[in-house]
Structures are given as structure tokens and as C-alpha cells.
Design a binder for this molecule. Structure first.
Ligand SMILES: Nc1ncnc2c1ncn2[C@@H]1O[C@H](COP(=O)(O)OP(=O)(O)OP(=O)(O)O)[C@@H](O)[C@H]1O
Length: 237
């Protein structure tokens, strides 16, 4: 793959019923394995940008492409399949399934994506072994693996969510403020673990936060308000 993992070209997005665009981004691209911190104050459009990147929202103009494929050109079912094949998503609230064990939560992407399952098996005896290796690398000991995910501390749940995002080596990991519930020491430890694992599996990382202190973990930091031209001109009727 020689092109970017993710590209935005002339993207304009407005929520239904809104009189102005939330986002107007002339150009933005992430190279293979690149890690970018996207920051900006609350309400500036960070989560909206991530939803566009993952093909959950579609722009009203312009093009968002993942691995060269325009999201808009796909039917909804194909978009869902492509998302789980190529994107690991790490949410602010983790979104772990409470009735599943830690291990089964991590294995979820492999249940929905044959590609993720096959990539998980490429370097391990089984998908389970791949999940266990990730949990271990993220500092979660084996005694925790059979427990229901919600029986863990916030910091532990966050690492389970990171393992779920990373399993099967997705080309893009998207993280939406996953450190907001952590104190400073845990936040930095988590960032180091997440980045090391992205590096190991070759995933690009698009990480969103309003927290200025996370910049130290990234070579490339983008200020969303500085690159977003939206919010002023009224939409054409
Ligand atoms: N479903 C929606 N319908 C209409 N407006 C929305 C919707 N979701 C978000 N917005 C608005 O779009 C703007 C950008 O919201 P977004 O959630 O992307 O910001 P954010 O930078 O991620 O904020 P935060 O840091 O607080 O999570 C805000 O003004 C918000 O009120």
C-alpha cells in the first residue's frame, strides 16, 4: 500500500438541520503507520471528524477515503464490513460488552471480520493466543482474562479496549479521548503502551484529545480549529 491510510479532500460536513458546516477541511492525510494527535477545545468537531474518518458519517461535499476507497461509494453494509476489517476504534467510554469476559471482548473484531481473524492468526497459534499476547503486552495479567469486562478498574478496562482495537492489526486505529478518565501517571503509561503496540502491528493512529499534555507522545500534532475553515459561512440553500 503506497498511498495514505486515510485522506480527506475538500471535505464539508453539516449536521442535518444545521445552518453552517461543522467541518470544512481542504486536505488531511495519514500515512501508513503514522501517528497523529488531533486536538482542539470541546465542541470544535473532533468526534465528528473521527466519525467521518470511520465512514460512520458521510460528507455533504468532498471525499473521505480509507486505503484509497471512498466511503461514500460503498453501500451501508459494505461500509460496516470495511470498517471492522480495517479500523480499530477506541472510545472514550470504552464500550466494552459487560456480559462478555475480558478475552471475549478483545476477540469481538475477529468474530465480525474474517480478515481481522486471519491477521490475528498470522503470528499466533490462534485468535485467542493473539488476544492473550495483546492483553499481556498491555499489562493485564491472566487472572483477569475470564472476568466480566466491567469487573475491572477503569484503567484496566481501557487497556482491554485498546487490545480490542488492535487485534488483527487494523491499518488504522482511531482513539477518541480514551485517557480522559485517567490520572497523569496512568495516562502516560497507557500512551506509551498504546503507541508501542501500534508501532509493533504497523497501525496508523489518529488520536483525539483536548489535553495539551499528550502532545509529547506524538511527532505530528494538528490543531483542529487551525485547519477547519467551517463555522462562519451559511450553507447554500
Ligand atoms: N448529532 C448532532 N447533531 C447536531 N449537532 C451536533 C451533533 N453532534 C455534534 N454536534 C455539534 O457539532 C459540533 C462538534 O461536535 P463534536 O462532538 O464533533 O465536538 P468535539 O470536539 O468532539 O467535542 P468534545 O471534545 O466535547 O467531545 C458541536 O457544536 C456539537 O454540538
Amino acid at each position: 500500500m503506497s498511498g495514505p491510510v486515510l485522506s480527506f479532500d475538500g471535505v464539508r460536513f453539516a449536521y442535518p438541520g444545521e445552518a453552517t458546516d461543522t467541518l470544512d477541511l481542504p486536505a488531511l492525510a495519514l500515512a501508513v503507520g503514522e501517528r497523529v494527535l488531533l486536538r482542539g477545545d470541546s465542541g470544535c468537531g473532533k468526534s465528528t471528524l473521527l466519525s467521518l474518518a470511520a465512514g460512520v458519517l458521510l460528507p455533504r461535499a468532498g471525499r473521505v477515503a480509507l486505503l484509497g476507497q471512498d466511503w461514500q461509494a460503498l453501500r451501508p453494509g459494505a461500509r460496516d464490513a470495511r470498517r471492522v476489517d480495517h479500523v480499530g476504534y477506541l472510545f472514550q467510554q470504552f464500550n466494552l460488552l459487560p456480559y462478555l469476559s475480558v478475552l471475549d471482548n478483545v476477540l469481538l473484531p475477529c468474530r465480525f471480520s474474517a480478515r481481522r481473524a486471519q491477521r490475528a492468526r498470522a503470528h499466533h497459534a490462534s485468535e485467542r493466543a493473539a488476544a492473550q499476547a495483546l492483553l499481556q503486552a498491555l499489562g493485564l495479567e491472566a487472572a483477569l482474562w475470564p472476568r466480566p469486562a466491567t469487573a475491572l478498574s477503569v484503567g484496566q478496562q481501557q487497556r482491554v479496549a485498546a487490545a480490542r482495537a488492535l487485534i488483527g492489526e487494523p491499518e488504522l486505529v482511531i482513539a477518541d479521548e480514551p485517557t480522559s478518565a485517567l490520572d497523569e501517571g496512568r495516562r502516560d503509561a497507557f500512551m506509551r503502551l498504546l503507541i508501542a503496540q501500534c508501532e509493533r502491528v504497523g497501525s496508523a493512529l489518529l488520536f483525539v484529545s483536548h489535553d495539551q499534555r499528550l502532545a509529547q507522545h506524538f511527532v505530528r500534532v494538528l490543531d483542529l480549529p487551525a485547519i477547519n475553515r467551517a463555522g462562519h459561512a451559511a450553507l447554500p440553500s
